[in-house]
Design a protein around this ligand. Structure first.
Ligand SMILES: Cc1ncc(COP(=O)(O)O)c(C=O)c1O
Length: 370
């Protein structure tokens, strides 16, 4: 294990989880991005978008202010990158931002501005953009990234995420990717078309998203994927299929992943894996399915993982979410420790795990209770 000195080294290029029992006879490799610094895949587009502006000489440390509309992962990632590079950062958000995301942005030194008034469509997106345009007109040192239209967002995944997958997995037969701004989807599609044209690319959309079909507009509660306005980056050419996942199926998959697989992952991961599960019958024994997991579940404890929220939002009885048969292998503690710290010649061996006698625990509990 190397000793790190730069937080940006906490971006894991080869973290894949072989998820059993979801993809039928195929092998499902989940590319985990939530363990990256700032907790999501968005650290990559944040770096690419800032780098591109630096390359063009648009940003100047201690003078420029980066401004972006976000309620979540991109805002947190940009707050870190701006802190490291010496730019001020203003995140334009709305009252739906979670307290945790707001605090995370502020912890890295970013400023969060909440736009309170709704736009004529009943949402906040247009109001947020209008607010940004107003600020840009008044402040010549402000620079807007506009992730929905910024080619560097897509390029991050073409030049980085795609190569991480192709370097690690020799033959990807199917690639499942959720779409928000569509940066991840479009970047992967572009690079796979060049280097692995036989891979089938499946875009995963939540029911209610209009990214590829404006007639599908509907209620959506899970952030990260789906849009209420078509992103400029979106282009269906090169996609094999677009799959629409009802949010209830996403919720069920998130709970199943946590309870059966020990993986606490975010809503967009639940959507992507619900789409894989729906196709399970179609995979043959030689299929290798790669799916992208953009973030972890800790950001969704008050929503997706809250039984009360699930009941109030979807009318689902939380009892149906509690399938708890484990699928993770049982392994003795000693071999887990040995796997993580194999003895090196001349170095101390890791201490064997203490043998805990059941009776000793019982006695202690008894004494403490007495
Ligand atoms: C939670 C979540 N889901 C999905 C995505 C994929 O989004 P995009 O289409 O913007 O690349 C992201 C962003 O990276 C995300 O943070």
């Amino acid at each position: 294990m190397p000793i790190l000195t730069n937080p940006l080294d906490l971006i894991f290029h080869n973290l894949f989880f072989d998820v059993q029992g979801i993809a039928g006879r195929g092998q499902l490799l989940l590319k985990l991005e939530g363990y990256n610094v700032t907790g999501s895949i968005k650290i990559k587009p944040a770096l690419f978008m800032i780098n591109e502006l630096e390359r063009r000489g648009v940003l100047e440390p201690c003078r420029s202010t980066v401004i972006e509309s976000s309620s979540g992962n991109l805002g947190i990632a940009l707050a870190l990158v701006c802190a490291l590079r010496g730019y001020a950062f203003i995140c334009i958000s709305d009252p739906n931002i979670s307290p945790t995301n707001r605090r995370s942005i502020e912890a890295y030194g970013g400023k969060v501005v909440i736009v309170e008034h709704k736009d004529p469509q009943g949402g906040y997106l247009a109001s947020r953009i209008e607010h940004i345009r107003g600020l840009l007109a008044e402040n010549p040192d402000y620079v807007w990234l506009n992730q929905y239209a910024n080619p560097a967002n897509l390029q991050a995944h073409a030049d980085w995420t795609a190569l991480e997958i192709l370097n690690e997995v020799p033959k990807v037969t199917h690639l499942y990717v959720g779409s928000g701004t569509t940066g991840t989807l479009m970047g992967l599609t572009r690079r796979f078309a060049e280097l692995s044209p036989e891979t089938r690319i499946i875009a995963v959309e939540p029911e209610g998203s209009v990214t590829f079909d404006e007639t599908r507009a509907g209620r959506r509660l899970i952030p990260g994927i789906g849009t209420s306005r078509r992103p400029e980056l979106a282009d269906p050419a090169g996609l094999d299929r677009i799959v629409y996942v009802p949010e209830v199926d996403t919720i069920r998959m998130c709970h199943k992943l946590a309870r059966r697989h020990g993986l606490l992952l975010g809503g967009s991961t639940g959507s992507v894996l619900a789409a894989v599960a729906a196709d399970a019958e179609s995979f043959d024994a030689g299929s290798t399915i790669v799916a992208v997991s953009p973030d972890l579940g800790d950001k969704y404890l008050e929503t997706i993982f809250s039984p009360d929220w699930v009941k109030a939002s979807y009318g689902v009885n939380p009892a149906v979410l509690s399938d708890s048969t484990p699928v993770a292998p049982c392994e003795p503690l000693g071999s887990i420790i040995a796997r993580h710290s194999p003895p090196k010649p001349g170095r101390l061996r890791s201490a064997p795990p203490p043998a805990v006698r059941r009776e000793a625990v019982r006695e202690r509990v008894h004494e403490e209770g007495a």
